[in-house]
Design a protein around this ligand. Structure first.
Ligand code: AMP
Length: 529
């Protein structure tokens, strides 16, 4: 049959061309920690990315080679991304907060040929360069002078075509955070990245348009900054980048640049909200925040909604590019009372078109969608992993389902709600307790800044929950007061056997609670005393 429609490849550089051609004067702003601000446009970014592509070619980089970045959120980082992807190379984003051993492992596993890094990580690079034998060239990504990205760009003219490979070729390589075992590489293709970005701009997702001003707080190294730079390019949104999560700088930048949309993990929002409350500095133009990476506490959602900011609660994983589902307002929202609204907004929501979810028991049989029966969450779709990088076997079953390792319930209306990571569920007397629900209830107690619930070994019940709590500055909340608060929110048998106040809780490199470290330290506390 004669094809009736044009067979255009879905490739990442064309996202940039689109932004440059139709929204060329919309800005990309970087607010540097020293207070300086740089502004370029999508048109300039596209031109710089072409120069970067030429520079990589001059360095001998070939399509399919891995180019690593060890950098925070700023414009030169995006120039490096689009330049490398534009000439057919694969961008491998390294997470600077990983331990040395993990950084050594991932660079060697990916066999990266070039590393572009922030000056701030010079010591880390000096310490590790001998352990990274595959890296032939180290380039400073910010700053100028010899050995910098700027020096490379300055000798190029930007007169080149993008590499025109197949849409199923890889564009980015992102490693999982590796809280259990070695980090695993997930290769995003050009096609998966473009489809994911097209889904991401929708009103029920990131809600981006050409009038949006979006500040991704999520680091570019966390699942490709949740795909926000690509979605922003499609929308032609103004993008604001901040290399730091320091709340004062973030909130000043949001106010100055009239940021309307932002996205980040709950931990960062907690500190930003605390700052906004203390300094009476809530970013005025903000109207849409995406919260994901771990469960958004109901109290946080309520705080934003009270300020007129719409919250989209995202669930996803590195393996899902990462958008898997997003909380959305259902029909009838306006008629709901505040408690109903909060309960619905706390769910992780529905998938965009393309992503399918399934809930199964341990035997792989379907679990009823009744909003209370938990099951293992499976996912499949065009931007979901098929096989990890350099693995010998597929990561999915014969029908393409990927087992997320998350435990969830499905509500009758099709919304999904995560109840826990399979390995973080607490099993007491044969019954499951959700550590996430317990933590969220605890965070709702005034005086509690952060809380982690883990199962401690118990001679009679198998496991019993214990709660580790960080108090807010100046708070004197006691374990009795906390228990009293929890009684109103969770079943009595869920109440923790111990409440332990700590100065701080350990986090993974992407800001999630590091429960394995807590289990190592506290799992035996109920038997050892
Ligand atoms: P990562 O690949 O590092 O982004 O981690 C993915 C994991 O983070 C998921 O499998 C979930 O366990 C957790 N996660 C992500 N988003 C949420 C959310 N909105 N609520 C609860 N857990 C989440």
């Amino acid at each position: 049959m004669i094809a009736s429609m044009q067979d255009h490849q879905l490739r990442v550089p064309q996202l940039l061309d689109h932004a440059a051609r139709y929204h060329g004067d919309r800005e990309i702003v970087t607010a540097w920690p020293d207070g300086s601000v740089t502004r370029i446009t999508w048109a300039t970014l596209a031109n710089d990315a072409r120069k970067m592509a030429q520079a990589f070619e001059r360095l001998g980089i070939k399509p399919g080679d891995r180019v690593a970045t060890l950098a925070m959120n700023h414009t030169p980082h995006l120039v490096a991304w689009f330049g490398a992807i534009g000439m057919g190379a694969i961008v491998h984003t390294l997470n600077p907060r990983l331990f040395d051993e993990q950084l050594i492992y991932t660079v060697n596993h990916a066999a990266d040929r070039v590393l572009l890094y922030d000056c701030a990580f010079q010591q880390q690079v000096d310490r590790l360069r001998d352990r990274w034998p595959t890296i032939e060239r180290f380039i400073r990504i910010d700053g100028d002078g010899p050995g910098s990205l700027l020096e490379l760009l300055n000798v190029e003219d930007g007169e080149c075509d993008w590499y025109g490979g197949d849409e199923r070729e890889p564009s980015m390589l992102c490693y999982t955070s590796g809280t259990t075992g070695a980090p695993k590489g997930v290769l995003y293709t050009h096609r998966s990245t473009v489809l994911h970005a097209m889904a991401g701009v929708a009103p029920s997702m990131f809600d981006l348009s050409a009038t949006s001003v979006v500040l991704p707080i999520v680091p570019l190294f966390h699942a490709a900054g949740w795909g926000l730079p690509f979605a922003a390019a499609i929308a032609g949104a103004k993008m604001v980048l901040c290399p730091t999560n320091e709340p004062t700088i973030l909130s000043q930048t949001m106010t100055r640049e009239h940021v309307t949309h932002s996205a980040g993990v709950p931990t960062v929002w907690l500190s930003l909200l605390a700052h906004a409350d203390a300094a009476n500095a809530f970013p005025r133009a903000l109207r849409h925040v995406s919260i994901g990476g771990s469960a958004a506490p109901a109290s946080m959602i309520a705080r934003f909604e009270a300020a007129g900011v719409r919250v989209a609660h995202i669930w996803g994983m590195t393996e899902t590019s990462p958008l898997g589902t997003m909380g959305q307002r259902p029909v009838g929202w306006a008629l709901m009372d505040e408690a109903q609204k909060l309960s619905v907004a706390s769910r992780q929501g529905k998938p965009p078109y393309g992503v399918e979810l399934a809930l199964v028991d341990d035997a792989g049989e379907p679990v009823t969608h009744d909003g209370v029966s938990p099951g293992r969450l499976r996912v499949r779709g065009p931007w979901v992993v098929h096989r990890y990088y350099a693995a010998d076997a597929d990561a999915v079953d014969d029908d393409g389902w990927f087992d997320t390792g998350d435990v969830a319930v499905m509500h009758p209306d099709g919304t999904m709600q995560i109840t826990d990571r399979a390995k973080d569920m607490i099993k007491s007397g044969g019954e499951w307790i959700s550590s996430v629900e317990l933590e969220n209830a605890a965070i709702g107690c005034a005086g509690v800044a952060e809380a982690a619930a883990i199962g401690a070994i118990h001679p009679k019940w198998g496991e019993r929950p214990i709660l580790l709590v960080v108090r807010r500055p100046g708070s004197t909340v006691t374990s009795d007061e906390l228990r009293l608060h929890l009684q109103n929110h969770v079943a009595k048998w869920w109440l923790p056997d111990e409440v332990i106040f700590v100065e701080e809780l350990p986090h993974t490199a992407t800001g999630k609670l590091l429960k394995s470290a807590l289990r190592d330290r506290y799992a035996k506390i109920l038997i050892d005393g």
